[in-house]
Each structure stands twice: as C-alpha cells, then as structure tokens.
Design a protein around this ligand. Structure first.
Ligand SMILES: Cc1cc2nc3c(=O)[nH]c(=O)nc-3n(C[C@H](O)[C@H](O)[C@H](O)COP(=O)(O)OP(=O)(O)OC[C@H]3O[C@@H](n4cnc5c(N)ncnc54)[C@H](O)[C@@H]3O)c2cc1C
Length: 459
C-alpha cells in the first residue's frame, strides 16, 4: 500500500465544492429573534425549517470559522437512518413503542432529506445504495447475527435489515474475507461539504443572516457574547457538537472523539471491477473499533476510522486532525478489505471531532425560561440525525404537538462525563481496549474475556 506522504491534508469533499458561499463576521451589536450558534448541519437544518415555518422571523447563524468547518463538512458522507443507540437499546430504556417511533422517524428522514435536495436543487451526489456490515471473523459473524436477532425481536423487519450469507456478499461488494454480512437499505451517501454549502445558500436566500469568523464565548438568557460584540436574541439555539465543551451550558456534557479519514485517487476500471461495489452501498465491518467507507461518485474509496487519541480536558485543536498512527491503520484497513486497491494513491487525509454524550444518547433540549435550546450528541451518526433533530427542535420552538415532540431524545439529559484525569484515562482506555480486542480476536479466533468485560463496563 502506498503511504500518504503527498496527501493533501483537507477533506476530499472540498475539491468538488464549486459554490462555497462566503459571509462576513457579526457586527458589534445586533438584535434577532433566533440566534443559532454553529454553522453545521444542525444549525443550518434548524434555520431551514424555522425560516420555512415563520418567514418573518429574524434568524442569524453565528459560526466560529466557516459554514461546514466542523464535522458536517468533513464526515464520511453516510446519511444513515440508524441512530447511535440501536432499536433494542432504545426499547430497553424507553419501551418498544417509543423506540419504534424513533426508528420509524429516523428511517423516514432519508426520504425527507432527498425531497429537500430535489426541491431546493442542492447537488451533493445523493445516492441511496444501502449499507453492508461485513463480518471479518467468525466471532464478528456471531456478534452481528445476535445483534440482528435483537433488532428483529425489537421490531425491525427483514426489509429493514437482513443477513447475507458469505457466498452472497459479493453481490454487493467483494471484500477479501467475509463470514457474512448485515444489509440494510436505510443508508445513502452524500458529499457532505456540498450538502452543507447548498443548505447555507438556500437559507441565506430565504433571508437568514450568516456570520462567519464569529466565535461565541457565552450564552446567557438570550445574550450571545462573541469575540467582537453581542447579539441579543429572543431565543438561542446551541449547535456546536464536538466543540461544545467550551460553552458553559455543555461543559462535560460531551466528549470530543476524533474520527479520521483518507481518500484514494479515483480507482481504475480493473480495480473497480474486482471490488465490484455494485450499488455503492456503504461498508463497515463488525470490529469493536469503528471503520466506515463509501465509494464516491468519481470512484474513490473514502475510508474512515476511530481510534485516534482523546486529548486531555476535551481539547480540540486543528493539529489533532492528523494522527500518523491512526491514518496508517486506516490505510492498512483499505488494503486488508480491498487488496485490489492496495496500491491506489492516497490523495487526502483529514479528521475531526464528533460528540459523544456519556450515555451515547443525543438530545434536543429546550429551556424557554433561559431562552435556550440545544441539539446534538449524535456520536458518528449525525448526517441524517441533524435533520431529524432540527425538525424536532422547530416543532418544540413553535409549540406544535407532533410525533417528533414525543421522541425519547426530547429534553434528554445525559450524565456529565467524569472530571479529569478520570475522563482522559477512561476514554483512552476504551480506545486502546477496542483495538486490542480486535487484534486478539483476529489472532486467536475468540474474544479476550477479561478485556471484553472491562470494555463493556467502561461503556
Ligand atoms: C471524520 C468524521 C466522519 C464522520 N462520518 C459520519 C458519517 O459518515 N455519517 C454520519 O452520520 N456522521 C458522521 N460523522 C458525524 C457527523 O458528521 C456529525 O454528527 C454532524 O455533522 C454534526 O453536525 P453539527 O452541525 O451538529 O456539528 P458540526 O458540523 O461539528 O458543526 C458545529 C459548528 O459549530 C461551530 N462552533 C463550535 N463552537 C462554536 C462557538 N463557540 N461559536 C461559534 N461557532 C462554533 C463549529 O465551527 C462548527 O462549524 C462524522 C464525523 C467526523 C468528524
């Protein structure tokens, strides 16, 4: 496998973004009806639905850097109907009906997004090819089959998710080694940077103000203090996801976990044929350490993985986007699963923080008295969820009673993460354990019992 010495260190998605709107910073003083902090998909979808429902509202987005600077402009482009908590996990905590409502709404979100893209002429390469989670070892196959049985017992149908025997996985994609796979149609792919810029264009045309290079320092009862002034708002929405630790209301509410990615050059026809990625379903495996891949419309493999270190005190810095060990592991994973692509040049590598709440449960929270609400905590499943949670937020703000306002995430309060240094030790132990469990399983064909127990206890 080629290295990545010459790779560009920004998301591959930026190269195909032709219409990147640019906006100036906030003035020293401004008054609006709704101020949205964060110009990612959460903030933009919130502005999109709010401006559609009440066109006369004065809405402003305050973004520290530029629209799509955060995870929304640099993710793996999986627009997945699956939530960070499985249906069976949700059913265990909130009951079967509530869990099914959440999954029904989440699956339906894909059609909602597709319709908006069509209606608003947002070109971002939308393609719903489903998703394949392949078992690389027999242990992974057992685990995935147990998982599938749990989801089906909780109410998912064969149309939502089904087992594909190893002999049939190649109908979707040819991976070097598979013991079978779970297939679901509830996943599409997008170019996330095009999506975020397209949305910014649409909301701006509708009259939403977007201020870039405007880092918010504090939110107090409708007063948003930023680097060069204040915005007074009747209501403030915080949509800062992996960067939330620096805002008082969300201190220790999430941990920023880094996910890193690489992209290959466009593969030649012979390589593409040998991988046989027929309908461009997204791909991952059943390991403890998360990996994820998509085949882009121009024939590149965009491949990501977690496992980069957590940084003390939830620090987020641009230099953390690049981690040689993690990028090397991702490049090796491409060669492992797709040997035909082992010699493809790596043209881009990058990374960014996603947000993990202590109980892995995202939230949309509203506090009318403090004129404040927030949405987020999607872990690695935010591309579709930002749309679902933004629509939920708008229903709550407008005091509509809808099925969305009955979702289990409404006003959910996750416990705070532990103070340092416990947080540092706990999160980095989890990361190290998941890698070591995968390695042990691959070598010994069985799970390391003690490590698995500690891993489950730490989760
Ligand atoms: C590498 C990577 C790969 C991923 N892959 C996938 C995937 O394939 N599928 C999927 O579903 N999810 C994926 N995710 C997660 C997904 O991208 C996020 O959950 C989603 O984009 C969150 O959107 P958001 O708008 O809430 O947050 P963000 O996109 O992070 O936006 C937050 C914005 O707030 C701004 N901001 C922060 N603090 C302040 C402040 N104080 N003042 C003003 N502005 C501020 C930031 O600059 C940023 O632009 C991935 C994440 C990463 C990092």
């Amino acid at each position: 496998m080629n290295g990545y010495a010459d790779a560009s260190t920004y998301p591959v998605w930026h190269d195909s973004a032709t219409q990147v709107p640019s906006f100036g910073p906030a003035p020293a003083h401004a008054e609006v009806d709704v101020a949205i902090v964060g110009g990612g998909l959460s903030g933009l979808w919130a502005a999109f639905y709010l401006s559609a429902a009440q066109p006369t509202l004065r809405i402003a987005i305050l973004e520290a850097r530029h629209v799509g600077f955060g995870a929304s402009g640099r993710n793996g482009g999986w627009c997945s109907g699956f939530l960070p908590l499985s249906l069976s996990e949700l059913a265990a905590t909130h009951g079967r009906d509530t869990a099914l409502l959440a999954y029904h709404e989440s699956f339906a979100t894909l059609s909602e997004i597709e319709q908006v893209l069509r209606r608003e002429s947002i070109e971002c390469g939308w393609h719903q090819g489903g998703t394949v989670q392949s078992a690389t070892t027999s242990l992974q196959a057992q685990r995935l089959q147990n998982y599938l049985a749990q989801q089906q017992a909780a109410g998912l149908s064969l149309d939502d998710m089904q087992w594909i025997p190893s002999s049939e996985v190649s109908k979707h994609i040819s991976v070097a080694k598979t013991f079978g796979a779970v297939y679901s149609p509830h996943c599409a792919t997008v170019n996330p940077f095009q999506l975020v810029n397209g949305l910014a264009r649409v909301v701006h045309q509708r009259g939403v103000t977007i201020w870039q290079d405007t880092a918010v320092q504090a939110i107090d009862d409708g007063v948003v203090s930023h680097a060069h002034g204040r915005v007074i708002a009747k209501h403030v929405v915080q949509a800062t996801e992996g960067y939330s630790h620096s805002i008082a209301q969300t201190k220790r509410r999430i941990v920023p976990l880094y996910s890193l990615m690489v992209a290959t050059e466009p593969l030649d026809q012979a390589t593409l044929q040998s991988i046989g990625w027929h309908n461009r379903a997204t791909f991952n495996d059943g390991g403890q350490m998360v990996i994820y891949a998509q085949l882009t419309p121009d024939g590149r493999i965009a491949f990501g993985g977690r496992g980069a270190p957590y940084h003390f005190a939830s620090r987020v810095r641009e230099r953390f986007d690049l981690d040689d060990d993690t990028h090397r592991r991702i490049v090796a994973a491409i060669a492992q699963h797709f040997p035909a692509a082992a010699h493809a040049r790596i043209t881009h590598r990058w990374g960014g923080p996603l947000a993990v709440p202590r109980d892995w449960t995202p939230t949309v929270t509203i506090d009318r008295v403090r004129k404040y609400s927030r949405l987020g905590g999607y872990v690695g499943d935010g591309v579709a969820a930002t749309n679902l949670f933004a629509r939920t937020l708008v229903d709550l703000l407008l005091e509509r009673q809808t099925s969305l306002t009955q979702l289990p995430f409404v006003n959910h309060r996750s416990p705070r993460w532990e103070p340092e240094p416990l947080r540092f030790l706990g999160v980095n132990s989890l990361i190290a354990l998941s890698e070591s469990i995968d390695n042990y399983e691959a070598t010994h064909g069985k799970a390391p019992r003690m490590r698995t127990k500690i891993f489950e206890a730490l989760l």
